[in-house]
Design a protein around this ligand. Structure first.
Ligand code: HEC
Length: 138
């Protein structure tokens, strides 16, 4: 085995150690979950607004995700975030559905990565703690 291969193996082992440490730590909403939601969900799940083309955009499924209260309140179907139970929470389940399912979220663009899905799952199972995040005031 040459030096390159050895250092590669070293790096893989180090990565494994780091990620197992990361699994012990609790998920932090503002640094780990909010960025995913801002990038992939908020466009369709925030306060009604007028976009740059003058088109009124209402929150889809009557579901707003731009504050803790609104996320917990949920939308049309409800059970969007059930703290402690990701399997019942559509915010998690919808991200895992197959592409052709009507409720697969986000409905446009790439699916969330497996890592992102797992983070959301872990965050909800840990109690869906929003930390200091307040989000939209109205
Ligand atoms: C391109 C717009 C769009 C994006 C982006 C989007 N959604 Fe949706 N979402 C919808 C639409 C449309 C519905 C209503 C679907 C229906 O009722 O058939 C919906 C409904 C939902 C519902 C059900 C709400 C209820 O109580 O009825 C959940 C949960 C949800 N979305 C989660 C997410 C999550 C999590 C993300 C980001 C990973 C996301 N959505 C991104 C368009 C979007």
């Amino acid at each position: 085995m040459n030096q390159k291969v050895l250092s590669l193996i070293g790096a893989v082992i180090a990565l494994g150690v780091c990620s197992s440490n990361a699994q012990d730590a609790k998920v932090d909403f503002e640094t780990q979950i909010l960025p995913i939601m801002k990038e992939r969900c908020f466009d369709c799940h925030q306060k009604e607004r007028t976009d740059e083309n003058g088109k009124v955009k209402k929150p889809k499924g009557k579901f707003r995700m731009d504050s803790p209260q609104l996320m917990l309140k949920g939308g049309e179907e409800g059970n969007d975030v059930v703290p402690g139970d990701a399997a019942k929470s559509s915010v998690y389940v919808s991200t895992t559905l197959p592409d052709d399912d009507d409720l697969a979220m986000p409905p446009k663009g790439d699916r969330l990565t497996k890592e992102q899905q797992e983070l959301i799952k872990k965050w909800i199972n840990e109690g869906a703690n929003f930390g200091a995040w307040k989000g939209a005031a109205d």
